[in-house]
Design a protein around this ligand. Sequence first.
Ligand SMILES: NC(=O)c1ccc[n+]([C@@H]2O[C@H](COP(=O)([O-])OP(=O)(O)OC[C@H]3O[C@@H](n4cnc5c(N)ncnc54)[C@H](O)[C@@H]3O)[C@@H](O)[C@H]2O)c1
Ligand SMILES: [Zn+2]
Length: 510
Amino acid sequence: MGTGKSTVGPLLARSLDVPFVDTDALLEARFDAPLPSLLSRGEASFRSLERTVLEEQLADPSPRVVALGGGALLDRTVRLRLLARNTLCCLTASPDQLRARLQHDSSRPLLAGAPWALESLLQQRTEGYAEAHVLLPTDHQTPDQLAALLLGELARADLLVAAGSRSYPVRVEKDLCTIPTTLQHLEPTSILLVTDRNVAQHHEARWSGWLQGFPWEAMVLEPGESQKSPAVLLRLWERLQQVGMDRRGVVLAVGGGVVTDLGGLAAGTWLRGVRWVAVPSSLLGMVDAAIGGKTAVDLGAGKNVIGAFHQPSAVHMPVTLLHTEPERSFRSGLAEVIKTALVGDAGLLRLLEEEHEAVLRREPGVMARVVRASAAVKAGVVSRDEKEQGERRLLNLGHTVGHALEALGGYERWTHGEAVALGMGVALRLGERWKITEHGLAERVERLLALLGLPWRVDPGELKAMLPLLQHDKKREQGSLHYVLVKHPGEALTQKVAVRELAAALGAEG
Ligand SMILES: NC(=O)c1ccc[n+]([C@@H]2O[C@H](COP(=O)([O-])OP(=O)(O)OC[C@H]3O[C@@H](n4cnc5c(N)ncnc54)[C@H](O)[C@@H]3O)[C@@H](O)[C@H]2O)c1
Ligand SMILES: [Zn+2]
């Protein structure tokens, strides 16, 4: 309230040539009473009226600019639903500005009373307001300037991982790269760029461009999973010490999942946590590893056992980085994309089917769409379940059997993605037999896997040999595990099954 949304909203709508809707005005019209009188019925009853109007707005897919009452998005589930399909811009102003703008406004009973009412209201809502695609301070801008800034933001239409004050944008970029803008915004006192030799070999020139004018140094690691070790983490800390990184420093991790996992953990532990920006360069990194703030190193055979949740400040995905990713690694990433489609986006599955040739050629236009759709599902899941207590588990589709196959092959026969492809196939066929998965989906996915050059059916002997390894599934609890099954493309569920039972069912499959 008082940030100017009823002035800026119509200006923006006019530039976009779409209608403007003000939910406060809608409320007044619908219930034929001015806001103060609606509010005087008590806040709870007011919120429920507001909710009705908001639900109608959410159900209407036509493009328009909507000004929302300040309390409309206090309910986090509603906010996340809105974030998933719309761009949310939050106009902010300092308490002094707000007070000046609101002092003659008698329609704000929430602010009546104690002089600190405004501060305490803002404080209550800070976490929620931070979960917006765009946060725009309005103190020193005219309405026209604000509308122009918002137009620019809309053109970019970022994805968002909503995590309260730790929320951050995910930018899928085809040509233009806005990493310098992100860094300017962070005002780092120093930057340590972490990457690996393969990525450096192809893309060093790019980041020299991004980092012009910033105080930065680079640390180039050897490539490969073996780098995800406490020893390498120690080297990173030593380097951060050498650089003299203080709390205002930034780690910029440019690479595959190995680099972002390591760089993120180094940032998360240095001085109890400094900021970091992820620039995934592999397909797996873009659609999976770099979103969600899980960072880790391995301890011998224990994969990812030392780690922390530490969300980045931003994730940038210039899809042209993918041009130089090794073929097998790129195709393995596609398995995770199919997994993501099965769990959360039927349209993405169709896109892959229709565009499989362009995907294999890594055409930037198609890859931007594929990466964006996939990253959107992951960002949504992480927003709803940051610490992996429920829904995030769905992303383990194909991973129970996949991990066991990877281990059986000594991590050499199959890449992670290939093993997940096989694991997905098993989950789909099992799901069909259990009458959970829609009939024909297993075959449809197998066809797609084959088109994309991925293994699509596990050898029965190998499946049998893998069964004893199921016992080691990390997500197991007292002899049971959460096995992920697909109902339809875009809709999955977890089923708690005893490992013994699952092994028996899989044995019968084999
Ligand atoms: N944090 C998470 O939530 C999460 C999720 C999934 C996977 N991971 C982790 O991610 C790692 C696997 O990621 P990955 O498959 O990206 O592995 P990776 O980082 O080892 O990259 C694969 C290979 O491709 C090379 N490469 C990457 N991008 C390139 C480019 N643009 N040009 C040329 N070469 C390039 C790398 O040097 C490497 O040799 C695993 O350690 C896994 O545990 C983490
Ligand atoms: Zn995976």
